[in-house]
Design a protein around this ligand. Structure first.
Ligand SMILES: [Zn+2]
Length: 117
């Protein structure tokens, strides 16, 4: 169903709000036909150079048993940005896994969790 209102995407997450704007983007989880399935991740926007796409970086800890310590790892994920979600560099966003949208894009930004500084 695509209409004037954001549909219920079935995801609740602290700080996540449906977008204030409405878009006609078919690849929007709120107003288009895009389904979220798989994982949800939180990361920071580090690049906004491509049209409709953001590079989201996330840092996580991996335990190294030999040293009994954690090492920091980071990964960068390409995520589709729907037209109704305005983003700036440094913003913390929630992204959801979806079908492959392009060669390197299989995630979509669901919303901003925290404004970047
Ligand atoms: Zn939208």
């Amino acid at each position: 169903m695509s209409g004037l209102q954001a549909r219920d995407i079935g995801i609740t997450f602290e700080g996540l709000q449906p977008p204030a704007e409405v878009c006609e983007d078919p690849e929007c989880p709120w107003h288009g036909n895009l389904k979220i399935r798989g994982a949800l991740l939180v990361g920071n926007v580090v690049k906004l150079r491509a049209r409709k796409m953001a590079v989201v970086e996330r840092e996580h800890l991996v335990y190294v048993s030999k040293y009994k310590r954690y090492e920091r790892r980071r990964s960068r994920i390409h995520a589709r940005v729907p037209a109704c979600i305005p983003l700036a560099l440094g913003d913390q966003v929630l992204i959801g896994e979806t079908r492959p949208l392009a060669k390197s894009v299989a995630w979509v930004v669901l919303g901003r969790i925290k404004k970047g500084g």
